[in-house]
Design a protein around this ligand. Sequence first.
Ligand code: PTJ
Length: 261
Amino acid sequence: MEEGHGIPRSHPRYHSLVIRERLVEGFRKGIVVPQGLIAHGRGEAFDYILGEKTHPFAVRAVEAAVASLLVAERPVISVNGNMAALAPREIVELSEATGAPIEVNLFYRTEERVRAIEEHLRQHGATRILGASCRRAHLPGLESPRGVVCEEGIYSADFVLLGIEDGDRTEALKRLGKRVAAIDLNPFSRTAQMADITIVDEATRALKLAVRVAGELRGRPAAELRRIVESYDNRAVLREAFKAMLERLSYASSKGLLLEP
Ligand code: PTJ
């Protein structure tokens, strides 16, 4: 079905509605779990408060995440059902631009879903993809099958970019000494609080920006990329994310209306 699903382009919430349709389509294809639809609703609520736009603090986090993908020895882009349904093309382009493989890593894991997501990403051009046929390893501290990862992927990675993910996973990755960048609209979440780099932005917007930034940063000297990573301050970014929410809510609570996004 054509993207847009009959939603008129003039609709003030066109983009948000198209994104919903991508998830519903993903659900019908067995890529997204029903719980993923609920998770998206929570994200939408935070996005509404943020004004549904990419803030400067998210741009800084995206730059640090892309620079990290480029300087890491074994970077991996971890993809779940929601991420694959929302931004398959951007995930593939980011993987191509940074050389980081994509790993399908699911919270509600079934081999059938891993295969469906792998196939979906291949249809969007993915070549470097770890999924159903990789050598398995287990993340200590996560019950089976949630902790199943690929040995040559997340298990041995030094840097993992993930998104729309639950807190236990991020905690397990951090315990293993990995650096983690997380795309999460909710700065209160355990994932957002524990990640080394928190991208408080909607995943499709953040990944589109990441592809652009990767095009700009690749080819830059490693020392320059390392400087971007080392000078990055995640606490400052989280403070700014909370402040942006507070300012919009504070304006709304004094005027009884919200600022235009
Ligand atoms: O595909 P699976 O089996 O790996 O399962 C995926 C879900 C999403 C069901 C699973 O990871 C989960 O339950 O996640 P949580 O614990 O609900 O966390 C999702 C987080 O992502 C929440 O903090 C949401 O606010 C946030 N979020 C939801 N949609 C978006 C988002 N952040 C950025 N962009 C979004 N589109």
